[in-house]
Design a protein around this ligand. Structure first.
Ligand code: UDP
Length: 246
């Protein structure tokens, strides 16, 4: 399995179809499979936090959630085949789950958001088997109940939507207690399924400008997004180029 080193984060060299295939094979295998979906901002966090970087690298599959990660791979002369957005992979997985009967569990978002998302997803996929939901705001006591509920429901697929880096840290800490087939950290996906946050129109996605659309819609992300130019410069000056690359 080829991996590309982007500032220490080992991103899998996969297309969307290959990522889906790998995720499905994790469900079928023994043990808990994990998928992380870093974008440039998250890779910058990992670059400055070695412990978080090693947490990311424990995943069975690491996909390039943002176009910035794909550009970085080109700068490093080890081009990734395409962007594999966590939200898009999750939608493909839901489609597969509805077809094959895999059970799904949604954890994260503000109270009520997961339920709203399930309502909409069940309209779209009438055969989808949702075995549980929990919001993403908890103290230690509630966290124990959440873990016990996941253990009882044994989902084939668990979507953890707590935002990064919280969700990756939570998954790494609790992975072995979870009795799930596949666990994905997919940030704001529940908000999009629920319709509380709008995904960028396709033309923005195709032009590699989804980040710009999100910035227009949520100007409060501006500070977070300052990580993007910093990421580009760090890759240019500190990234390890693949020797003999084209
Ligand atoms: N969230 C949560 N618990 C927390 C903090 C955040 O469930 O303690 C949720 C929040 O409600 C939102 C998601 O995590 O639904 C984060 O969304 P964002 O778009 O910021 O995540 P990203 O995809 O950028 O990591």
């Amino acid at each position: 399995m080829k991996k590309i080193d982007i500032l220490g984060v080992m991103v899998d060299h996969v297309t969307m179809d290959e990522a889906l295939e790998r995720a499905i094979s994790c469900i079928k295998q023994e043990g808990v499979g994990t998928v992380f979906t870093p974008n440039s901002e998250i890779i910058m966090v990992a670059y400055q936090d070695a412990e978080f970087c090693s947490i990311l690298n424990t995943a069975d599959l690491i996909i390039a959630d943002g176009i910035g990660v794909v550009y970085a791979s080109r700068i490093l002369k080890a081009p990734l085949p395409e962007r594999v957005a966590g939200f898009d992979l999750s939608c493909r997985l839901l489609e597969k789950a509805a077809e094959e009967g895999y059970s799904v569990y949604f954890f994260g978002g503000k109270p009520g958001v997961a339920e709203l998302a399930v309502q909409k997803l069940e309209e779209q996929y009438p055969t989808l088997r949702v075995c549980g939901t929990q919001d993403g705001y908890f103290d230690a006591e509630k966290e124990k109940r959440i873990i016990a509920d996941i253990q009882e429901k044994k989902p084939d697929i668990l979507f953890v939507c707590l935002g990064a880096p919280k969700q990756e840290k939570w998954i790494a800490q609790h992975k072995d207690e979870l009795s799930a087939g596949l666990v994905l950290g997919v940030g704001g996906s529940l908000d999009v399924w629920a319709g509380t946050v709008e995904r960028a129109p396709l033309k923005y996605q195709k032009a590699g400008l989804e980040w710009f659309y999100r910035l227009m819609k949520q100007p409060s992300r501006f500070i977070r997004m300052l990580a993007l130019p910093k990421f580009g410069l760090t890759v240019l000056f500190k990234g390890k180029r693949v020797k003999g690359g084209r």
